[in-house]
Write a protein that binds this ligand. Structure first.
Ligand code: AMP
Length: 542
């Protein structure tokens, strides 16, 4: 028997319409490429998104058309999310940190019909436009006054002029909730990147889940700063979950350095921020160097790569900010787990609480997780046994766009490529990417655990642990370290730092100092690059 409830599809356009109706005066503040701080409201964004949807109609872009963006976090990017996704088209966010050749490949593979870009990325667009014949509309996210001339970009338009030509009388269409609304290519360090195609349904469900108290705990009282980019995995879905609760949004634009972020957080009274560890490292360094405090920040979500426990402690102890470790991936929209305590942990010893909160956290309803061994069989959730992590759920990828051959799923589960433990209470701990696992004398060593210990030394800014081929033990770990400015920490001091904190056989055999650890387009350490750089490495004494 079917239920007798309304079958209204879950559409992203409803999120913005809701925010317009019930939180119309909630502010959206954006640092712009033009240099100023721009203020508008959900009411303005909704109106302008409708104008843009009218423009896309007038251009004759069909349902399903891919609308590419190369843009920072800002109100215009938000309008694009909704104008494209809400009108049955697809906002395709491109990562400007990729090499232009990769961007060309992605634009052509996705068959983008339009490309909207911030002026920062004008040189990229100039470099790629001739190689992207399918793109019919090139639009700079600015007004006529700031539009550069003689760029060589065919028919370049100013965004504000496009909007000005169209009225805001537009009704968001109703269609199947499984219709695509967003697209993002994985960062793929090997081979071509793969395209994840989010649906209206997956995006709305993810937005609900992200707002829950044990997840981001978002509300209409929050002032939310997504530092995580809208050009990669939809800024962790914040452009959808903030309108769902009516939170004020603060967009940092290109100002991602510690000083700019801090000033924006203070002037706009930000209560909640989300970012990757490298960005928070810059912010914390700025605070420490200038003896500053946060006056309004309450919570921050940290993920995208492993957050060193020392960073969670610093936020908590020195600044009174709750730092929540989260794990996810492009293929998961991205949220999978987030670390918060249960009531049964209230009386728990503080150091045990910290250990628990340093893990990647518990599954959010909507994400099923299991770990499996080499034989594909499920392993126990005992917090000790580690295996390949598989997930499934309504906002987890089923297949990649235009990928030939078999899809990624194994018996309905998506293999994440991460290696993890899960404990009795469901807390997940990522130990490695499967390709980074270090096998030493038949034992596995978690590179993340070794990196975290290095980063708990005050002289270390960033550390990458990699396995080096070893004549006796198969592989042995070495740790590549970027010191903090002014630090003189030595190899011996650092190796000594491990003693008593890790089993003897887990202590790295060598430390190599570098000026900076190479980072990929999404801020993750590029271990492939490090391995290349160290291909002539010889063991001390060898
Ligand atoms: P991406 O698809 O670019 O967002 O990358 C997803 C991958 O980043 C995951 O599969 C993990 O390997 C890694 N990752 C994300 N969050 C974390 C975290 N909190 N701890 C460790 N690794 C993480």
């Amino acid at each position: 028997m079917l239920g007798l409830m309304q079958k209204q599809p879950l559409l992203v356009s409803n999120l913005l319409s809701f925010a317009e109706r019930h939180h119309g005066d909630s502010e959206i503040v954006s640092r712009r490429v033009e240099g100023d701080l721009h203020r508008c409201t959900y009411r303005d964004v909704a109106r302008r998104a409708r104008q843009l949807a009218n423009a896309l109609d007038a251009w004759g872009e069909l349902p399903g058309a891919r609308i590419g963006t190369l843009a920072w976090n800002g109100y215009r990017h938000l309008e694009l999310y909704y104008a494209a996704g809400g009108s049955g088209r697809v906002v395709h966010t491109l990562n400007p940190r990729l090499h232009p050749e990769q961007i060309v490949w992605i634009v052509n593979h996705a068959d983008d019909q339009a490309l909207f870009f911030d002026l920062t990325f004008l040189p990229i667009v100039q470099a790629i436009c001739k190689q992207c014949p399918g793109v019919r509309h090139w639009v700079a996210l600015t007004d006529e006054e700031h539009l550069p001339r003689d760029t060589g970009i065919p028919g370049l338009l100013a965004y504000e002029s496009v909007l000005a030509e169209h009225g805001d009388d537009y009704s968001w269409p109703e269609f199947d909730e499984n219709t695509a609304c967003g697209m993002c290519y994985t960062s793929g360090t090997t081979g071509h990147p793969k395209a994840v195609l989010y649906s209206n349904r997956s995006s709305v469900l993810h937005a609900y889940a992200a707002s829950l108290p044990d997840v981001m705990a978002l509300s209409a009282r929050d002032v939310v700063l997504p530092v995580v980019p809208m050009f990669h995995v939809n800024a962790w879905g914040i452009p959808y979950s903030a309108p769902l609760v009516g939170a004020k949004l603060v967009f940092p634009g290109p100002g991602l350095d510690g000083k700019s972020l801090y000033e924006l957080m203070e002037s706009e009274r930000v209560t909640f921020a989300a970012g990757v560890p490298t960005v928070w490292q810059m912010l914390l360094t700025h605070l420490q160097t200038h003896s500053l405090r946060f006056s309004t920040l309450q919570r921050t979500v940290i993920g995208g790569s492993a957050c060193p426990p020392a960073m969670i402690d610093t936020f908590e102890r020195d600044y009174g900010v709750r730092a929540m470790h989260a794990w996810g991936m492009t293929e998961m929209s991205p949220l999978g787990t987030l670390a918060t305590l249960k009531s049964k942990h209230d009386g728990m010893d503080e150091s045990l609480k910290r250990t628990l909160l340093a893990k990647q956290g518990r599954a959010i309803f909507g994400v099923d997780m299991k770990i499996v061994g080499d034989d594909g069989r499920a392993l126990p959730h005992d917090g000790q046994t580690f295996g390949d992590l598989y997930v499934k759920g309504p906002w987890v990828v089923e297949g990649y766009y235009r990928q030939a051959g078999e899809g990624p799923l194994v018996n309905g589960w998506f293999p994440t490529g991460d290696v993890a433990t899960i404990d009795e209470d469901g807390y997940l701990q990522i130990t490695d990417r499967s390709k980074d696992v270090i096998k030493s004398g038949g034992e596995w060593i978690s590179s993340i655990a070794i990196e975290n210990l290095a980063m708990s030394h005050p002289g270390v800014a960033m550390a990458a642990c990699i396995g080096m081929p070893h004549p006796k033990w198969d592989e042995r770990p070495i740790v590549v370290v970027a010191r903090r400015p002014g630090s003189t920490v030595s190899r011996e001091e650092l190796l000594q730092h491990y003693h008593g904190k890790a089993a003897k056989w887990q202590v790295p055999d060598d430390v190599i100092f570098v000026d900076a650890i190479p980072l990929g387009a999404t801020g993750k350490m590029l271990k492939t690059r490090l391995r290349e750089q160290l291909k002539d490495y010889r063991w001390p004494g060898a």
